[in-house]
Design a protein around this ligand. Structure first.
Ligand code: 6PG
Length: 467
């Protein structure tokens, strides 16, 4: 074969195809293949002028043989069992020093297991989170890489060339070993879930409590999409709400069933947070809200029995915007707390400022605030908490009163706002230097002789109820 490809992509679904085209567009020779061989021809015919940089192979052995060594092979296939099956199929064709990348939304525990397995054969396994959907993959995704230094040295030129750029800085980096990249992507998705839910709740309050039309709410989000509120999720929500359904002529949101899907990353974020003694209550609220959303029949029955009337909401765009900003700060902060806990548990050298930087373009949670977050992480944070940085503490002081007004109106009016309520509860809990767990300890000791610490004294004590 005349020319050896610099990278191979296995899996020509939406994301794999888009990444292959992006790499070819950036001047790389890319070997491509797919489990269903007939997809390869249709992909090649759609590649147009880029076809010359794409080298299709029907057989796995030929695909591997067409790659320059040490090889780099990116798998863009469904996560879980298919990845294990492909590792088994491809490893006999590989040589020490080759790298396999899983670019799917994989569970980081699987990534750690696979990395250890391949390391036994001197092979390298990279878990890479890719964010930005199809258009990001084609024109510039944000990528979170976990793996060895050897793999990063192999991958770096390609990934930096295809990544989204934020003011000339490619939104990709090597974040740590084995599962670090997939873990960071999982938490990215957790934050994504929380933010989407907060947007949905604000939409619901204005729609159901103030009779705003979808187009009016969409226009409001579009108006918000500048300055400190600027973000991709606000932008697309603004746009989506202003579309009409071509079939019925109604706003398109009115014909979309109110039952949200979820593939697992949001849930994993919550599970891992709880396992590590954290409580990311906004993310949990968002995951829970998606689960409740899928209980449509039950909700319909409940509305008939329990009554669905909602009180009026008289708050306008300015209050909603400040409440949203407060919730966004708290949502990101919860995500970074989980990253901190994982860095400690797995001994990952996570650089939080850099993570915020590579989320500034290309990914789904990109927003103007990430610049401030990366800056906040450049200095020492009180108690390591983002919400205590001088900038965010001040922003919260400014915006939480609006969040309080919105939550109060939602609760009084009987509107569901689980993520907004969670945001406020967390904020209020964290600013309570003396909380209420003293009575929890008293209860535990009362019924179970569990003991408690006395203020300012070491050791275990029991209450007078045991005397
Ligand atoms: C991204 C997205 C993307 C996708 C997830 C979440 O960063 O590009 O997070 O990975 O949206 O699969 O999907 P669910 O909402 O289906 O869990």
């Amino acid at each position: 074969m005349a020319k050896q490809a610099q990278i191979g992509i296995y899996g020509l679904g939406t994301m794999g195809s888009a990444l292959a085209l992006n790499m070819a567009d950036s001047g790389f020779d890319v070997a491509v293949t797919n489990r269903e061989a007939d997809w390869i021809a249709s992909f090649m015919s759609e590649a147009g002028g880029l076809a010359g940089k794409l080298h299709p192979q029907d057989e796995l052995a030929d695909f591997v043989a067409s790659l320059a060594t040490p090889r780099v092979i990116l798998f863009m296939i469904p996560s879980g069992k298919p990845m294990d099956m492909m590792i088994e199929a491809i490893t006999p064709h590989l040589e020490p020093g080759d790298t396999i990348i899983d670019g799917g939304n994989a569970n980081f525990h699987d990534t750690r297991r696979r990395s250890a397995l391949l390391a036994e054969q001197d092979l390298h396994f990279v878990g890479m989170g890719v964010s930005g959907g199809e258009s990001g993959a084609r024109h510039g995704p944000s990528m979170m890489v976990g793996g060895t230094d050897h793999s990063w040295a192999q991958l770096k030129p390609v990934l930096r060339a295809i990544a989204a750029q934020f003011e000339g800085d490619p939104c990709v980096d090597h974040l740590g070993p084995d599962g670090a990249g997939h873990f960071v992507k999982t938490v990215h998705n957790g934050i994504e879930y929380a933010e989407m839910q907060v947007i949905a709740e604000i939409y619901g309050l204005l729609r159901n409590g103030a009779a705003w039309t979808p187009a009016e709410i969409g226009q409001m989000f579009t108006d918000w999409d500048k300055g400190s509120l600027k973000s991709y999720l606000i932008e697309i929500s603004g746009k989506a709400l202003q579309y009409d359904d071509p079939v019925t002529g109604h706003p398109v949101v009115d014909v979309i069933k109110d039952a949200a899907g979820q593939k697992g990353t949001g849930r994993w974020t919550v599970v891992e947070a709880v396992r590590m003694g954290q409580a990311a209550n906004m993310i949990e609220a968002a995951v829970g809200a998606r689960s409740w959303s899928s209980e449509k029949a039950t909700r319909q029955e409940a509305e008939a029995i329990l009554g669905g009337a909602r009180g009026a909401i008289t708050l306008g765009s300015a209050t909603m915007a400040e409440a949203f900003l407060a919730a966004r700060i708290l949502g990101y902060a919860q995500g970074f707390r989980i990253l901190t806990a994982a860095a400690e548990e797995y001994d990952w050298p996570l650089n939080y400022g850099r993570i915020a930087e590579i989320w500034r373009a290309g990914c789904i949670i990109r927003s103007a605030m990430l610049d401030d977050i990366s800056e906040a992480f450049q200095s020492e944070l009180p108690a390591g908490q983002l919400i205590l940085s001088p900038h965010f503490a001040k922003e919260l002081a400014r915006c939480v009163p609006a969040l309080r007004e919105v939550v109060a109106a939602a609760v009084t009016g009987g509107h569901a706002a689980p993520a907004l309520c969670a945001a406020l509860s967390w904020y209020d809990t964290m600013r309570q230097g003396f909380g209420t767990a003293n009575i929890i300890q008293a209860q535990r000791d009362f019924f179970g002789h569990h003991g408690f610490e006395r203020l300012g004294e070491d050791g275990k004590h029991h209450g007078p109820w045991w005397d």
